[in-house]
Write a protein that binds this ligand. Structure first.
Ligand code: ADP
Ligand code: PMV
Length: 552
């Protein structure tokens, strides 16, 4: 297969030569550091002005600094059962992770992970990593391979490189850092080669960590997309990319993201990374772990008035998944039927929301979805994955008759979602909000059905401001690290106020974006495009951020 460069992104050009390899030139700074200030014409006959704007970097990097981003998710139906081959319905949210990739000058042979949210920072010397083990013909994996399990010998080969990670930190924290480092090294060594350029991967996220919103999967997706982009194995995203080609890109990103997730969790179903990759809402099922999952985009996923509450009680997905597995082992028939029942709930929910007469404005329709959520939660309680703090949210919501609540994600803490009953008096909602606040809960405002993985290449925003004349606002390591809190990060990357935030209905809760009945969360999608160039349109004047549309 021909390898392409990163595609026709703004100010970026890719030349695919006759040998199927690519050389990219970005903003006039060719990747070998030679610049020119002339004009050229692209394959569509569109004149491109090659500018010298990014010549401001003195280090003549191999590739420009770029950024990738992926959304968190909520599982609306089917968590845990999905690990055991049942179906789940999940949707992307507007909270996201952002990964800045800075390529170093040729002489610097190091790779650095900087995860300030968890106070993690580590550098390895690229030439000292165990390349020979990973590139041995019996072990070598390629970007197009489907990797469905971790190779114990490869896992063992990276252990020495984890030994000095966060050696000065308490053991619990060290374990988390070593896990992050291990996932990264496994993917880096599998996909890369010793000639890989020195670089820094800096991550910031607006997703609460370990709260059931798929934070780890977003990092997995960002890392996978970043490495595949650096390897120039992704063509695009660009607006006129053929749907099949784009689907393949999304599939590859997702496959490698699962490898990262496997390292973090052991036995992930893959639903989190799938939603983080392709965004929107999906019906997901993986019956055979040696094969890709079945993923069906839910184009008609409705605009549900949801409230997302974080118990602020940390949990471990691996621990909760292992708990269910133990229970299944001890009571195979019984737990088998509970998992089957969850499957039926998901199936009923799918049938319900796909009914032509389904209307989110209709109390009866919402009540039926709500009842399914209540049943799903009950089944999760019987699997032992709820938590007193989650039950407390249910108690408060039920007491006021406000709606229907279930835990979302792994449980054992983390988040709950409540479907709000229509017409609930404002005072009741205010009272609930007050109680939740008093008791240390955090309410999240987000929208469902957000876009999947996106790329900002190069990491320069055009905001319609004066600075656009100068080539746009550059996101560099310093301003990324110095951005204050979630707001600062969102402002810096051009999504100030959060994507869809503030449109969350009277309670300010989580709400599905869409265009009303019949359109669902996919209502704003553009037909025929999988990677689309203006997914965050309205926030930018130019098509800088690009991401996949989820058309199946
Ligand atoms: N902002 C972040 N920076 C670095 N690592 C993160 C971040 N968010 C999540 N992680 C990683 O993901 C793990 C949490 O994943 P998980 O238990 O699946 O929770 P979640 O439900 O949020 O996905 C953390 O232990 C850490 O390894
Ligand atoms: C419990 C599970 O179904 C979802 C876990 O979600 P999270 O890690 O809590 O965001 C596990 C999985 O699907 O891999």
């Amino acid at each position: 297969m021909a390898q392409y460069g990163v595609g026709r992104l703004p100010d970026a050009q890719v030349h695919v030569n006759g040998h199927g390899t690519a050389a990219a030139s970005v903003n006039g700074a060719s990747t070998n550091g030679i610049t020119n200030g002339s004009s050229t014409t692209n394959g569509n006959g569109i004149k491109l002005t090659i500018r010298k704007k990014l010549d401001r970097k003195k280090s003549s990097p191999m590739l420009p600094t770029f950024m990738v981003s992926a959304p968190g998710k909520v599982i609306v139906f089917g968590e845990h059962a999905v690990v055991h081959g049942k179906a789940a319905i999940a949707a992307a949210i507007s909270l996201r992770s952002y990964l800045l990739v800075t390529t170093l000058s040729k002489s610097r042979r190091t790779v650095t992970l900087r995860f300030p949210d968890i106070d993690f920072n580590h550098t390895w010397n690229i030439d000292e990593l165990p390349w020979s083990t990973f590139s041995h013909p019996s072990k070598k994996k390629y970007y197009y391979d489907l990797v469905t399990s971790l190779d114990p010998e490869l896992v063992a080969a990276i252990q020495p490189y984890l030994a000095d990670v966060s050696g000065d930190k308490p053991s619990e924290i060290r374990k988390v850092h070593q896990n992050s480092a291990g996932s990264f090294l496994y993917m880096f060594l599998s996909l890369g080669s010793q000639s890989f350029p020195g670089c820094q991967y800096t991550l910031r996220s607006t997703i609460p960590i370990g709260a059931g919103l798929g934070s780890s999967a977003t990092i997995a997706v960002c890392m996978s997309a970043a490495l595949l982009l650096q390897l120039r194995t992704l063509s695009g995203p660009h607006p006129d990319q053929p749907a099949d080609e784009a689907r393949l890109q999304v599939e590859r990103i997702n496959r490698w993201a699962l490898v990262y997730e496997m390292f973090i969790h052991g036995n992930p179903s893959g639903v989190d990374n799938t939603v983080a990759t392709q965004g929107k809402a999906v019906l997901f099922q993986r019956t055979d772990y040696s094969r890709p999952p079945s993923v069906r985009p839910l184009y008609e996923f409705p605009e549900l008035p949801l409230l997302l509450v974080d118990t602020r009680t940390p949990k471990s997905t691996a621990h909760e998944v292992a708990k269910v597995e133990r229970l299944r082992h001890a009571h195979p028939k019984l737990v088998g039927s509970i998992l089957d029942a969850v499957d039926k709930v998901t199936e009923s929910a799918r049938d319900l929301i796909e009914e032509r007469s389904f209307d989110t404005g209709d109390e009866e329709c919402l009540r039926r979805v709500g009842e399914l959520m209540t049943i799903n939660h009950g089944l999760l309680v019987s699997l032992g994955v709820s938590h007193p703090r989650l039950e407390r949210v249910r108690e408060l919501v039920d007491h006021e008759g406000i709606g229907w609540t279930k835990l979302t994600g792994a449980g054992g803490g983390g988040c709950s979602i409540t479907l709000l009953r229509p017409g609930v008096p404002r005072e009741k909602l205010d009272r609930l909000e007050e109680r939740l606040e008093e008791e240390g809960y955090q309410k999240f405002e987000t929208t469902l059905g957000g876009d999947g993985v996106g790329v900002l290449w190069p990491a320069v925003l055009k905001n319609g401001m004066d600075e656009d004349e100068e080539g746009g606002m550059e996101i560099d390591l310093e301003n990324f690290l110095n951005a204050e809190g979630n707001e600062g990060v969102e402002r810096l990357v051009g999504v100030h106020g959060g994507w869809g935030r503030g449109k969350g209905g009277s309670f300010g809760g989580l709400r599905v974006r869409g265009e009303g009945k019949g359109k669902g969360v996919m209502g704003k999608r553009r037909a025929g495009l999988v990677w689309s160039s203006l997914v965050w349109s309205g926030l930018f004047t130019g098509p800088e951020w690009v991401g996949p549309d989820a058309k199946g």
